[in-house]
Design a protein around this ligand. Structure first.
Ligand SMILES: Cc1ncc(COP(=O)(O)O)c(C=O)c1O
Length: 385
């Protein structure tokens, strides 16, 4: 029997597409249906007028969302770590030092990026679950006046802690240093007022709070940082920020081929945000989701790792109950159709994480919490007897 084209495609997709699960992941997260639909559009050249219009409109919308006036928003064909590396290569002198604040795994990654690019890293570390406090940062900067910049993980995805970015940036500016912000799991869910807060570099990835597939990174750069880049001799080629700036200024494009579908996705999402009441309504939606998850988790008698008052709006790290392996919770939830995130790094077995980013209809959270209550009771039962 001859197979029809549609049957062949279906047969292939049955293999290529994984079984659909309800995602409460750390990213990639579930994408908004309107984004997936828009991304299926036929391609066009990144040197065409159509692309220029898309690029310009997306940059202007994102600038508005992040309250950027004098600074510059750029788009990158990479994940967020690309721009993390670019921040060091473009804005720190070849043998210069950076104060790296570490509250979890992604602060550690920033340290590795600093060291692997031949710069020195001075660490300000905190116990897992805690944020960096302004007085601690002030003290560290007094001890290390030689540093050129400070790195801050706005939202530490491994612990579910939101750093007090605005206050920390104020301290950095009092010391006259540059401030680089990893906002990968924060942008789109936690407020960022780029110019008002005196930030110098902020970057994020498409696969987190904007609910878009991976492959696009965005970065914002202050005029002070851009001026500093002019003094750095070897900024590399692929992530030379001044080259990106030139292409954007001259032709609203990028030096190498951009991820056009993801940029369409971001443009659509920023329009959706507008239609849903603008930035403040959008951030409130994220805050409501997070508190619903936290309340539900507490009702099950579980505790949250983050220090009270610093809980993340995008991901909740839950301590596994005594004697219960967090990976087991993850696996049993997955068998029941809900993909959470495992604990990260040294927290792998003692915690599990619930992401609340991207496409997530309201009823999903209640459903997930109900299934989680069954899983926890079953594991508690096994533990007791
Ligand atoms: C806080 C944080 N920083 C950096 C990264 C790395 O981002 P990417 O995978 O987009 O390079 C992640 C990814 O989960 C993250 O959560």
């Amino acid at each position: 029997m001859e197979l029809k084209y549609e049957d062949i495609i279906q047969e292939i997709m049955n293999v290529v597409w994984p079984k659909p699960l309800k995602l409460f992941t750390a990213g990639p997260v579930a994408c908004f249906p309107e984004v997936l639909k828009a991304m299926g559009f036929q391609m066009f050249s990144h040197r065409s007028r159509e692309y220029r219009d898309l690029h310009k409109d997306t940059v202007l919308r994102l600038s508005d969302f992040l309250e950027v006036n004098d600074s510059v928003v750029l788009l990158f064909p990479s994940s967020g770590t690309g721009v993390m590396e670019a921040s060091i290569r473009n804005f720190v002198s070849p043998k210069g030092s950076v104060l790296v604040t570490v509250i979890g795994a992604f602060g550690k990654r920033y340290k590795d990026v600093v060291l692997s690019n031949g710069r020195k890293a001075i660490l300000l570390g905190k116990k897992l679950g805690e944020p960096v406090l302004p007085n601690e940062l002030d003290e560290a900067l007094r001890r290390h006046p030689e540093v050129e910049a400070v790195t801050i993980t706005y939202n530490e995805t491994s612990t579910g802690v939101l750093n007090p970015l605005r206050e920390l940036a104020e301290v950095v500016k009092e010391h006259g240093k540059l401030v680089f912000v990893d906002a990968v799991s924060a942008m789109g869910a936690a407020d960022i007022k780029f110019d008002e807060w005196g930030l110098d570099v902020v970057f994020s990835s498409s696969q987190k709070a904007f609910g878009i597939p991976p492959g696009l990174a965005v970065g914002v750069f202050s005029q002070e940082a851009l001026k500093k880049a002019e003094e750095i001799p070897e900024r590399g080629w692929y992530f030379d920020i001044l080259k990106y700036l030139k292409y954007q200024q001259e032709q609203w494009s990028t030096p190498s081929t951009p991820p056009i579908p993801q940029i369409i996705g971001l443009n659509v999402m920023l329009r959706v945000v507008d239609k849903m009441g603008g930035k403040s309504a959008w951030l409130r939606m994220y805050a409501d989701r997070a508190s619903k998850v936290r309340d539900g988790v507490r009702r099950l008698g579980l505790t949250i790792l983050a220090k009270p008052g610093y809980e993340s709006p995008t991901i909740t790290c839950v301590r596994s109950p005594e004697g219960i392996d967090g990976v087991k919770v993850y696996e049993m939830m997955r068998e029941r159709g809900y993909e959470l995130a495992k604990g990260y790094g040294e927290l792998k077995h003692s915690s599990f994480r619930i992401g609340h980013m991207g496409y997530m209809p309201k009823e999903y959270i209640n459903e997930m919490l109900t299934i989680l209550s069954y899983v926890i009771s079953e594991l508690r039962g096994r533990e007791n007897g």
